[in-house]
Structures are given as C-alpha cells and as structure tokens.
Design a protein around this ligand. Structure first.
Ligand code: NAD
Length: 298
C-alpha cells in the first residue's frame, strides 16, 4: 500500500508557483489576497494564520481583515465591495463559518467572481459544472493534484465520494466526473453505504466523522482519499480511532474519516494528518496566483 504524501505534492505545487509570483511582481506588484475573518472562531483563527503564512512564504501580498463578530450584514458587504474595487487585491476569501446572524450565501454572492479564490460563488460553481476555466474549490482540486502527481488515473474508474457538501463532496464529484470517472455520491441518507463504498476504485471520504469508514468499505487495491479532519480529545475515542500514540503525545489526536488501522489492503491511502490537508492552502495559493495573472493581463 502506497502512502500518498500531501507535503511532497504541496512542495511541488508551491515550487511551481514561485516563478509565476515573480512574473506577476515583475509587471508591477505581487499577487494580493485579502482574508476576512469575522469574529473569533478558534479553528478559523488557525486556518487564517496558516493562509497568511503561506502567502508570506511565497511572496504574495496578504491582508487580514478582522471585523467584530457582531458586524452587520451591510457593513460586511461594504467591506467586500471595497475589496472588489481595489486593483491590487486579486483574491478575496471570507472565512466560513460566519457568525449566525450573517447570511453566508449573500456574502459569497457579493464577491467579484474573478476574485473568488475559494471557488464558492455560484458563477464559479457553474463554471465548474460546465467545464469553463475558473477558480475551483481548493480541497477537491488538491485531491485532483494528488491523483495526477501520483499518476493515479481516474478515467474509466469507479469513484465513490462520500459527503455532499458544497465545499468538498459536490465539487469533488464533479471534478472526478470531468476526469472521466464513473461517479457515485453517497451521503447521510445512503442506505447501502458499505456496499457502495466497497465497489470504488477511488474512494473519497469527506464526512467529518472520526474513523467512520472501516476496512469492509474498502475494495482491495483501491485508492483511498481521506479528506476528514476530526479532532478527538479523549483517550477512549483516540484508542477506538487507532490514534492512542498521538493522543498520549499531544493530549488530543487528529483523525480522518477512515479508520487508519484498516487500510492495509488499499492500493494507496492519504494519511491524516499529512495527506489531503497540506494541499488545500497550496491550491488557495494557486488560485490567487491564477487570479492575479488573469487580472494583470486585462
Ligand atoms: P459537512 O459537514 O459540510 O458535510 C459532511 C457530509 O458527510 C454531508 O454531506 C453528509 O451527508 C455526509 N455524512 C454525514 N454523516 C454521514 C454518514 N453517517 N454516512 C454517510 N455520509 C454522511 O463537512 P465538509 O465541510 O464537507 O467536511 C468533511 C470533512 O472534511 C470534515 O472532517 C472536515 O473537517 C474535512 N475538511 C478537510 C479539509 C482539508 O483541508 N483537508 C477541507 C475541508 C473539510
């Protein structure tokens, strides 16, 4: 069984982006990304910090805007309108989830689709569906990079995606379809999940439940892509999820949606952590550079 190394893929992607950042800079300014973080969700704080750090390392100009949790919808829309109008900002990312009183859909709609580096604007969702170039959601496009760089073909294969969220499951299924896989989407109401999953040549788990998929869901030789990032904070759960050693070391453990001790018969597997995780930010950088290149050339 091959372990698919997300850091190896990430480093390749970032190395290829570096000269493209320089080319944009040579035309007058570096690519620019603005990240809007409303309120103080601890997980979001960490994600945003990592995104800003990745920009700094690559020479992308980044700005972090931190309006208070009680910002009004109109005030947030005004911030986005301001960023849409600024020529030196190529990408706008509004960190989700937003505080409950805010309308996430309206906020996403307000972002200029050309600056929508998350690929969540309905215009870009449409572009994904009909195969028009444009920014694509970062996590599933990272998975496609992983498959491509490990030369795992999707064409003609049976792919099963478990999870139907707008940010992972749905765009993942669409990308695999464009790569000529035969795609099945499973979700919380799927009645024969193990049967469906165990037919997959490429199995993508994007569920959000620690070590949920067991060995009986994996066809021998299958490529197993574990998108899940779940934190378990008690000893018993960590032991049940095969993460006791990590728990003993750190006091908590990160576990995917697939039980890590039951993948030995897979052909290839993305570990958690270290598999898909590192790719999401790399693809955000890629989307930002591509947005800058497109905007510099108009
Ligand atoms: P979500 O909660 O929006 O969606 C989860 C999906 O799983 C739903 O569509 C639901 O139908 C399905 N599901 C839930 N319970 C199920 C069950 N019992 N059987 C079958 N399907 C079930 O989550 P999301 O935002 O799509 O994220 C999924 C996971 O991926 C989470 O663990 C999240 O932390 C992780 N994630 C990782 C990255 C990354 O960078 N690697 C990025 C985004 C999300």
């Amino acid at each position: 069984m091959t372990q698919l190394d997300g850091k190896w893929v990430r480093d390749q992607i970032l190395a290829e982006l570096a000269p493209r950042v320089e080319s944009v800079r040579a035309k007058g300014r570096p690519p620019g990304l603005a990240v809007v973080l409303a309120g103080h969700d601890p997980a979001s704080d960490i994600y945003v910090r990592n995104k800003v750090k990745a920009c700094q390392e690559l020479g992308i100009h980044s700005e972090k805007l931190t309006p208070p949790a009680d910002i009004t919808q109109d005030a947030l829309l005004a911030i986005i309108a301001g960023l849409n109008a600024r020529p030196e900002i190529d990408g706008i990312l509004v960190q989700m989830p937003l505080p409950k009183h805010l309308d996430e859909r309206a906020v996403l709609l307000a972002i200029d689709p050309a600056k929508d580096v998350d690929g969540f604007h309905p215009f870009n969702v449409g572009n994904l569906v009909n195969g028009t170039p444009g920014p694509r959601p970062c996590t599933p496009s990272g998975v496609m990079e992983m498959l491509r760089r490990y030369q795992i073909p999707a064409a003609g294969k049976r792919a099963v995606v478990i999870g139907r969220s707008d940010i992972v499951g749905k765009p993942m299924a669409m990308m695999l379809l464009h790569a000529h896989a035969t795609v099945t989407i499973c979700h919380s109401r799927t009645s024969n999940l193990v049967e469906e999953a165990s037919r997959a040549d490429i199995l993508v788990a994007a569920i959000g439940r620690p070590a949920f998929l067991r060995g009986d869901s994996i066809k021998p030789g299958a490529t197993v892509i574990d998108v899940g990032i779940n934190r378990v904070a008690d000893r018993e759960s960590a032991a049940r999820c095969g993460k006791l050693a990590a728990f003993e070391k750190n006091g908590s453990a990160v576990v995917g949606d697939v039980h890590p001790d039951e993948v030995a018969h897979a052909g290839a597997y993305t570990p958690v952590p270290g598999g898909v995780g590192p790719l999401t930010i790399a693809m955000l950088m890629a989307n930002t550079v591509a947005a800058a290149e497109a905007r510099c050339s108009v």
